[in-house]
Design a protein around this ligand. Structure first.
Ligand code: ADP
Ligand code: 5GP
Length: 217
């Protein structure tokens, strides 16, 4: 008779994690996030809802769920968000339903949210959260990147530069801080963090049964 394949330690069930990446605008968060999503099919982007207008090239449901202020307020009232915040004069929030179910099934989520959202998620779901903050190698390089990106007017760049110091001041609210000097080195470090965090004992929910089996007399 064919014996069932024993469950190996590689196939053990684990709980998903919430991988939060924040940075001052222009430090490279979007670039590193895209690289990560492309390289690692086990992590997907948590799509936020926002009241801000859609930018050229953005896709509703992929980059954000674009909603009206009234819809956003209704979602807040119905407690549909894990967290939400006002950023740059608009509202942004993380819808609850998809992420909660996904985490149970072992799916990992990438969050592109600011420090306020990070604090709220950490307060609610501390053990599921991994907080990564990216820093630019220098303020001059940050300005060069914002200018080189070519998406913002001189005025917007000046505002972002002004805000950068305030954003950097939240660096100690994160579990990992990575300086994005060389993009490939930075990406490699971010992947190492994700890989190690996946292996944490507390996330490996299948371990209990596995160890019990190992210890059976
Ligand atoms: P953020 O999402 O943090 O605002 P982006 O990912 O849009 O930042 O990066 C800002 C600009 O800097 C982009 O033009 C990007 O190609 C460039 N960039 C990102 N990381 C690096 C790096 N390590 N070295 C040089 N340029 C970079
Ligand atoms: P943008 O409008 O440029 O896409 O995003 C502006 C800022 O809002 C960024 O700092 C981004 O991290 C933040 N943000 C995007 N989605 C959310 C969210 O769901 N919650 C919170 N708290 N911040 C968000």
């Amino acid at each position: 008779m064919v014996q069932p394949t024993p469950q190996t330690s590689d196939a053990l069930h684990r709980r998903g994690l919430m991988f939060i990446m924040s940075s001052p605008s222009g430090a490279g968060k979007t670039t590193i996030s895209r690289m990560l999503l492309e390289a690692d099919p086990a992590i997907c982007l948590s799509v936020s809802a926002t009241t801000r207008p859609m930018r050229p090239g953005e896709v509703d449901g992929k980059d954000y769920h674009f909603v009206t202020h009234a819809e956003f307020d209704r979602m807040v009232e119905n407690e549909e968000f894990l967290e939400w915040a006002h950023v740059f004069g608009n509202s942004y929030g993380t819808p609850k339903a998809q992420v909660k179910a996904g985490l149970r099934e072992g799916r990992d989520y990438l969050f592109d949210i600011d420090w306020q959202g990070t604090q709220q998620l950490y307060q609610k779901l501390e053990t599921d959260v991994v907080r990564v903050f990216l820093l630019p190698p220098s303020i001059d390089e940050l300005r060069r990147r914002l200018t080189g990106r070519g998406t913002d007017s001189a005025e917007v760049i000046a505002t972002r530069m002004e805000r950068a110091r305030a954003e950097i001041s939240h660096w100690d609210g994160y579990d990992y801080v990575v300086v994005n000097d060389d993009i490939h080195q930075c990406f490699a470090k971010v992947r190492e963090i994700l890989h190690a965090e996946r292996m944490k004992r507390a996330r490996q929910t299948g371990l209990i049964g596995f160890v019990r089996e190992l210890m059976r007399p």
